[in-house]
Ligand binder design. Structure first.
Ligand code: GLA
Length: 375
């Protein structure tokens, strides 16, 4: 047996996520309720001693990349920036990780709003953590991945996606409290309740490095400053109308109304799940969508058409999931209605002249981990 290879190589993987409810709340110190999905990204990492990272991916359209392990933000772009960013964040935090060969393989569709970028970053992070015995806990890894995303990739995102990917559990959604940085599993046995969670990838690709996401975040931060609080979470327990009365303009009022009402919808959803009533969360999901469409203004026509078609075909609730400006919609349906809802969305897309969506179901799956054979 090659003892050296056994200790210098690891394979780890991390899932994509669907957010059940709680959108654009994470960077406001609020609540979100994501689940890890069965689609995963695998990273095989073998240490090198020449200060180089050589990364390759089986994803179509990705070129192999070679870069210095001590690269700085801006040095590496494209898909490999997500890999480079994790090395950068670890080293910047004082962990002297060496170079590596990194081979990536993924079943998480990219640009679909299912957090393929965080699946990749978390897969690399957990694998490096294990390979080099860094002993970092999952919350620390999530914060490092957030730093990679914010400062290396340049997307001003919160920490929800990483927390979902790292803390996901089979059969559970994860109540993420962004102020406390806690991730609490909440049982969510959809199949046992005769329900399906249908995902419609609209194939309208989104980018969080674009201006829309950052502009929403900036407005919320400006509102918090105006209210004299660190984040909007600090005013969560006040009456929404009293908070809104202190704000400047209509856009700011609508953005803040979304965040405060969305936090409340997350907690209401958790209460129903804990009470064993998952079939009753549909109206909360749909209200979340309406709020994202009208108040936060982050949906696009294809997303709204998918939600309407799903609801008309009998879905119990439907909403866009993820950061917005494209991506995916989720619809909660009775298991028996799953195919009908999918067909209705496809037909609506056809009628509107949109490219066919990709429709599939997900269930809450396990979070990131190391493959036992390489431990
Ligand atoms: C993206 C970001 C998350 C979160 C969502 C919106 O997925 O990565 O941090 O802000 O958008 O809820």
């Amino acid at each position: 047996m090659d003892v050296h290879a056994a200790v210098s190589e690891r394979t780890g993987s991390a899932p994509g996520r669907v957010n059940l409810i709680g959108e654009h709340t994470d960077y406001n110190g609020g609540f979100a309720l994501p689940l890890a999905i069965p689609a995963r990204t695998t990273a095989r990492v073998r240490a090198r001693d020449d200060g180089v990272v050589a990364a390759e991916s089986t994803a179509p359209g990705t070129e192999p990349a070679r870069f210095a392990v001590d690269s700085s933000p801006g040095d590496v772009t494209g898909w490999a920036a997500y890999v480079a960013g994790v090395f950068w964040a670890l080293r910047d935090a004082g962990h002297d990780v060496p170079g590596a060969d990194v081979r990536v393989d993924s079943t998480v569709p990219s640009g679909a709003g299912l957090s393929s970028s965080h699946a990749l970053e978390c897969a690399v992070a957990v694998t490096l953590n294990d390979l080099h015995g860094l002993g970092l806990d999952r919350t620390t890894l999530a914060l490092l991945v957030q730093r990679a995303e914010n400062h290396y990739v340049g997307a001003p995102t919160g920490a929800m996606d990483q927390m979902a990917s790292l803390y996901g559990q089979d059969g559970h959604v994860i109540l993420f409290d962004a102020r406390a940085m806690t991730a609490e599993p909440v049982p969510c046995d959809l199949a046992g309740a005769g329900l399906s969670l249908v995902v419609v990838d609209t194939r309208v690709h989104h980018e969080h490095t674009g201006g829309g996401y950052g502009a929403r975040r900036a407005t919320c931060e400006a509102a918090a400053a105006l209210l004299g609080v660190k984040t909007l979470r600090e005013v969560q327990d006040e009456l929404v109308k009293d908070v809104l009365a202190q704000l400047e303009d209509d856009v700011m009022v609508r953005r803040v109304r979304h965040v405060l009402t969305e936090n409340a919808r997350v907690l209401d959803t958790v209460a129903l799940l804990r009470a064993g009533r998952p079939g009753e969360i549909g109206p909360l999901l749909t209200a979340s969508h309406t709020s994202m469409r009208d108040d936060y203004e982050i949906t696009v026509a294809e997303v709204d058409v998918a939600v309407e078609a799903a609801l008309t075909a009998g879905a119990l609730g439907a909403r866009m999931t993820g950061g917005g400006f494209g991506g995916s919609v989720i619809a909660l349906t009775a298991a028996a209605d799953e195919a009908r809802v999918g067909d209705a969305v496809r037909a609506a897309f056809d009628q509107h002249g949109y490219a066919p969506p990709s429709v599939f179901t997900v269930r809450p799956a396990a979070g990131a981990g190391i493959e036992e054979s390489t431990q």
